[in-house]
Design a protein around this ligand. Sequence first.
Ligand SMILES: NC(=O)c1ccc[n+]([C@@H]2O[C@H](COP(=O)([O-])OP(=O)(O)OC[C@H]3O[C@@H](n4cnc5c(N)ncnc54)[C@H](OP(=O)(O)O)[C@@H]3O)[C@@H](O)[C@H]2O)c1
Length: 237
Amino acid sequence: MTSTESVQKAPAKDPWDLPDVSGLVVGVLGGTGDQGRGLAYRLARAGQKVIIGSRVAERAAAAAGELGRSVEGIEGADNAECARRSDIVIVAVPWDGHAKTLESLRAELVGKLVVDCVNPLGFDKKGAYALKPEEGSAAEQAAALLPESRVTAAFHHLSAVLLQDEAIEEIDTDVMVLGESRADTDLVQALAGRIPGMRGVFAGRLRNAHQVESLVANLISVNRRYKAHAGLRVTDV
Ligand SMILES: NC(=O)c1ccc[n+]([C@@H]2O[C@H](COP(=O)([O-])OP(=O)(O)OC[C@H]3O[C@@H](n4cnc5c(N)ncnc54)[C@H](OP(=O)(O)O)[C@@H]3O)[C@@H](O)[C@H]2O)c1
């Protein structure tokens, strides 16, 4: 090898060259709620195999049955079975139940790609405001509780109303994707990109998840003022 060859770098990877995730099973913890149900519906509609999770298997089966009237590929299971059988596990439970849910599923989530979309928010008469989790963010709490899982954060800014509206073909928004491993954030970006109109954009490491989670308080203000279901676009990328 000559000295010139030894300093040559591999060509930079195209950040939009994302993996094929179409064969992966996506589980949604708390998938009986608005956000989880909406994501499950959109992903199944895009052809993904989806398992809705619930604390009660019958509730998951009922939600899967309802969605199954309009899309194929959705099953229901209790949260533990959902986590065990899925390759990618989206956490869509309320902030109040976040830590307890993840602690109880630590074994099932070992090695799994976990996607946290939880926004720790408070509400008072002035509207929504961001809470400050001890760990920094919901995503960092998940990473602390699940040291053997691959924790990422995404899907915070979606409107569950739009996701669930069957008449809407495209969801016009970007999805900020955060995580520690580029391979994992690529997978989550690819998953977001399965939904027509949606694009996953890498937005940093988990230590910057707090701002992304908190921004939902601002979006709620936008929605109230303009009677909208606002999304976000990152320009020039
Ligand atoms: N709604 C949105 O537009 C939206 C958008 C982006 C992100 N998010 C985030 O997504 C998460 C879910 O939102 P959501 O509106 O779908 O909430 P939700 O309807 O209140 O809750 C979702 C599901 O979580 C389960 N659950 C409720 N309390 C729980 C607890 N203490 N422990 C464990 N599981 C519990 C319930 O399912 P089972 O009773 O069947 O177990 C419920 O159906 C939130 O953290 C929110 O910040 C929401």
